[in-house]
Write a protein that binds this ligand. Structure first.
Ligand code: AHR
Length: 511
């Protein structure tokens, strides 16, 4: 029979490693991400381990989180770390001005965060305060966390119960410094970066990887100025890209949307490829050896807050549509892994495109979102070697601008969307892992995969599928969307044939 889709995986052409940090997470003091999401405190009735929710902790352990960014986001540039150390009863409160004006009691601070990273076995990524903090404050924070000597900050840390320094690799010098992080121009920020970063020292064998606050989406000038004015003084430069319809007015519901809005979403999410390419081209001019990493340290879908939730807390449901955004975006990151060294989806629990949603009213429920399941199914890609592939599939015309008519005379009105997305890699044990996403809402597709002569004797596959694209998990139906074993993959003469149901994501391992 004629195959609808053909894929050739170039199994012998692997060069670049997919950095596990591309599977990074982000936890901000925002809504119920920290309080109620990750942390309930040791006195809570919700089962916990030293104050961390046991259910959330175990679910995150199962994801093999490589790196966790904290404490913001916008919150980071108003955060004063010294308010979050020492006896909890003496920690001052503050108002979280960015996120709903909520009162923050600072009970989750540096020790609570770094100990969480130790429990998860992940690298911490500290986002430092440049917007409203001082050079001295940031310098001392680094000393407090990482100095093992007879230094004032190490002594203070010991007084607060932690003898040995933590290892902290990733340090962000400000966040969105063009916006909530200080409303600066790139020239001015570049000078501030140079100044702040000088005093962030490497103590006792700890080596910082310093990250400059980078552009939002299409702001190529920001990248250009930073490459010229900061250059090799930074190890990494960040980039933020949200799949969002705009910053004014409604962003649309997370669960109630029509087919046009669904396809629009995938087109918008895939636009990140063009954005990455353009930032990379600017970086290549000044840094052809690609020493500086491009870190997409905020990405994901941004919908309207769920009705009835606290305004400013960015609590949104997560449907199968979000799972597609996750899969398609990760597939793009894999391709640019020579420059894209890290990515942090926003955010880990209860905020924007979350892995996990928790019931914060005390019942202690938790659900894993469709996005969680994609991250879990994609685990074999962490540290695997990227394999280029060729894809031949149908191309759909989809809405580009929801406000303009989809009219072929109007270039802005529509764009092309391939109905299949594919990514492949070779794992350390020599297996080939292949992810396929059939984004078509109503057409099954038969996919023929040629492995370019690679040895293949066995295949195992799992699928994430749904009845409706708006399907999601909630406390009444926590397992409406979840992965299942997938049998419709045949291996014959080293070639795979996959019968992909409509709107489904399959990850397979070929041995
Ligand atoms: O992730 C939510 C917010 O989005 C972050 O705090 C900020 O950096 C970005 O604008």
């Amino acid at each position: 029979t004629a195959q609808d889709v053909t894929v050739t995986v170039h199994a012998g052409q692997g060069k670049e490693k997919i950095h596990k940090e591309i599977y990074g997470q982000f936890a901000e003091h925002l809504g119920t991400c920290i309080y109620g999401g990750l942390w309930v405190g040791p006195e809570s009735e919700i089962p916990n381990e030293d104050g961390y929710r046991t259910d959330v902790l175990n679910a995150l352990k199962n994801l093999s989180v490589p790196v966790l960014r904290w404490p913001g986001g916008c919150f980071a540039d108003e955060y004063h770390w010294m308010d979050g150390i020492g006896p909890k009863s003496q920690r001052p409160k503050m108002q979280n001005n960015n996120w709903g004006g909520t009162i923050e009691d600072n009970s989750f601070g540096t020790h609570e965060f770094l100990n969480l990273c130790e429990k998860l076995g992940c690298e911490p990524y500290i986002s430092g305060n440049v917007g409203s903090g001082t050079v001295e404050e940031l310098a001392k924070w680094v000393e407090y966390m990482t100095s093992d000597g007879d230094t004032p900050m190490a002594k203070l840390r010991r007084q607060n119960g932690r003898d040995k320094a933590w290892k902290v690799k990733y340090l962000g010098v400000g966040n969105e410094s063009w916006g909530c992080g200080g409303n600066m121009r790139p020239e001015y920020y570049s000078d501030l970066y140079r100044r702040y970063s000088v005093y962030c020292r490497n103590y006792d064998g700890n080596r910082l990887y310093k990250i400059a606050s980078g552009a939002s989406d299409y702001d190529y000038k920001w990248t250009e100025v930073l490459m010229n004015n900061v250059g090799q003084r930074m190890d990494g430069l960040s980039l933020h890209y949200y799949t969002v319809s705009g910053w004014n007015g409604s962003k649309g519901s997370a669960t109630k949307f029509d087919n046009d809005q669904y396809y629009w979403t995938l087109g918008k999410c895939l636009e990140i490829e063009d954005v990455i390419k353009k930032h990379c081209a600017i970086m290549d001019k000044k840094d052809p050896k690609k020493k500086i990493g491009l870190l997409v340290d905020e990405w994901g879908t941004w919908w309207d807050e769920e009705p009835g939730t606290v305004s400013g807390h960015l609590f949104q449901q997560n449907a199968m549509r979000d799972a597609f955004v996750a899969a398609l975006t990760l597939n793009v990151f894999h391709k640019y892994t020579d420059r894209v060294r890290m990515a942090n989806i926003a955010q880990v629990v209860n905020v924007l495109q979350s892995m996990i949603l928790t019931d914060t009213k005390g019942k202690g429920h938790m659900v894993l979102t469709p996005t969680y399941h994609v991250f879990e199914m994609y685990k074999p890609f962490q540290e695997a070697t990227f394999l280029p592939s060729d894809l031949n599939c149908n191309v759909m015309k989809v809405r580009h601008d929801m406000n303009k008519d989809m009219d072929e005379s109007n270039e802005k009105g529509y764009r092309n969307l391939e109905e299949m997305s594919v990514s492949a890699a070779k794992t350390a044990d020599g297996s080939i892992v292949i992810a396929l996403a059939n984004v078509n809402l109503d057409k099954k597709r038969e996919v023929a995969i040629n492995l370019d002569g690679a040895k293949a004797s066995k295949v195992e596959a799992r699928i994430l599928a749904c009845k409706n694209i708006g399907d999601y998990n909630d406390f009444d139906n926590p397992e409406r969307v979840k992965p299942a074993a997938f049998k419709d993959v045949k291996l014959k003469n080293g070639k795979l044939t996959v019968k992909m149901p409509e709107k489904s994501i399959v990850v397979m391992t070929v041995k």
